[in-house]
Design a protein around this ligand. Structure first.
Ligand SMILES: [Zn+2]
Length: 130
């Protein structure tokens, strides 16, 4: 991911803002400019639910560049209470603590550091409700 793209995404990453299609109601995170369902370009910003449940998940042992020191970590598809499905990292738990349907909530965490530049990325991860 290039730095300029990261900076453009900062507002939504900090506030868990997605976009909602005015035409069909589908919501997206990260926000999109064009609806994948109906092709409409009328999308508006919406504040997304900060709680949801795990739809599916996987433990990552062979990560993309920049994530090597975090393995193993858990990546999941979470369906928020407003129906938005997002791909996110699950934090503060062991793989055997979660299953399909586990309730999770959003927490703001460091996502990764870039080795040479020292840039630290922050964003949302999700954590099981205990
Ligand atoms: Zn649409």
């Amino acid at each position: 991911m290039s730095v300029p793209r990261y900076w453009r995404e900062i507002p939504s990453r900090y506030r868990l803002i997605g976009s909602k299609c005015v035409n069909c109601g589908k919501t997206y995170f990260p926000p999109r400019r064009v609806c994948r369902e109906c092709g409409s370009v009328s999308l508006e910003e919406v504040k997304l639910s900060e709680q949801g449940r795990i739809i599916t998940w996987a433990t990552v042992y062979d990560p993309p560049r920049g994530f090597e020191k975090y393995v193993p970590y858990i990546v999941a598809i979470v369906e928020l209470d407003d129906g938005t499905r997002i791909m996110t990292q699950i934090t503060d738990c062991e793989p055997d603590e979660i299953h399909v349907g586990t309730r999770v909530y959003a927490v703001f965490r460091k996502i990764r550091e870039e080795g040479e530049s020292g840039i630290i990325y922050y964003g949302y991860k999700f954590k099981p409700l205990k």
